[in-house]
Design a protein around this ligand. Structure first.
Ligand code: SF4
Length: 299
């Protein structure tokens, strides 16, 4: 990918809108327009290849098979716990809000300085958003997250004496806290029966045939229906760890997977891979389509 063109570039005929930090490009300029179209084409190509990668199974497996698969995952990840570092429910709540669209490792690098500066809900409630932004800027969407964690801290101080509430209803009433964040806090901080669905859980649950649900809530209902309540909070970690280590989004490592004998996606993955390897013609077709989009956009 070429670097972002700048106002000072000679190719730019107008040089008006391309800021020197490269944030803004002038689409009335031929050079910037072709740069922008290049990015658009790359994004479309990425999208096409991702969508075409590995389809989910169309049907659920039987309950008996699903339970066997879960038992194998439980055996494979017997000590599964959250990868987020925290010392109390307040720190966990903040860390989970920060972890949206960001890796746990990145959050763990960010939170020590944040909690050193603002160790309690009261301290964070009185913080200026700009100071919080500076401390969390390596996490994605840091402006929104800064706003949310300060607002959540204020709500904790105003409605809960600075403590993190222990009910889903109260948690979901906090700014920046949705069902997934509430489920993680309930299950990890308070040991409650809750099953959080993130991107890894969503993918692995589909690949293993636990669900065909199209929403996190539907997936949650299908998976929790397969397990006793006492295991919900652990199952979340089995699926996350499996998704991160083995059942990766684009390149699942089926040959190292403890569940492959039962998994309905193992054959789909193999077929998709074989198809991809023999798909010189299909790949060329995709590239031809993308080139024609590019050409049409230039005209
Ligand atoms: S066999 Fe492959 S697709 Fe199925 S769970 Fe294992 S890694 Fe994922």
């Amino acid at each position: 990918m070429p670097r972002v063109p700048r106002a000072s570039d000679r190719h730019c005929r107008t040089g008006e809108a391309a800021a020197d930090n490269g944030d803004v490009v002038d689409l009335s300029c031929a050079f910037h327009r072709s740069w922008f179209i290049g990015r658009l084409v790359a994004a479309i190509e990425r999208k096409i290849s991702l969508v075409a990668v590995i389809p989910f199974p169309k049907r659920k497996v039987s309950k008996a098979i699903a339970k066997e698969e879960l038992a194998l995952l439980e055996a494979a990840y017997p000590h599964a716990v959250t990868a987020l570092s925290y010392r109390n429910p307040f720190e966990l709540l903040v860390a989970v809000i920060l972890s949206a669209q960001c890796t746990d490792a990145r959050v763990n690098l960010t939170t020590p300085a944040l909690f050193a500066a603002f160790p309690t809900a009261k301290a964070l409630a009185n913080a200026r958003a700009i100071d919080v932004e500076r401390l969390i800027q390596s996490c994605g969407f840091f402006r929104t997250k800064a706003k949310n964690i300060v607002a959540a801290a204020r709500a904790l101080v105003e409605a809960h004496e600075g403590r993190v509430p222990e009910t889903r209803e109260e948690l979901e009433a906090l700014p920046g806290v949705g069902r997934k964040t509430a489920s993680v806090v309930l299950s990890v901080a308070f040991g409650a029966a809750a099953f959080a669905v993130d991107t890894h859980v969503f993918r692995v649950a589909h690949r293993l045939g636990f669900t065909t649900g199209t929403t996190p809530l539907a997936v949650e209902r299908d998976v929790t229906g397969l397990l006793p309540e006492s295991k919900w909070r652990f199952a979340h970690h089995w699926l996350i760890l499996h998704g991160r280590a083995i059942c990766k989004a684009q390149r699942p490592l089926c040959d190292r997977c403890p569940v492959r004998q039962l998994c309905p996606s193992a054959s789909i993955v193999a077929k998709t891979r074989a198809g991809r390897e023999n798909s010189g013609a299909a790949g060329a077709e995709v590239r031809r389509r993308v080139r024609s989009i590019s050409k049409a956009s230039k005209e």
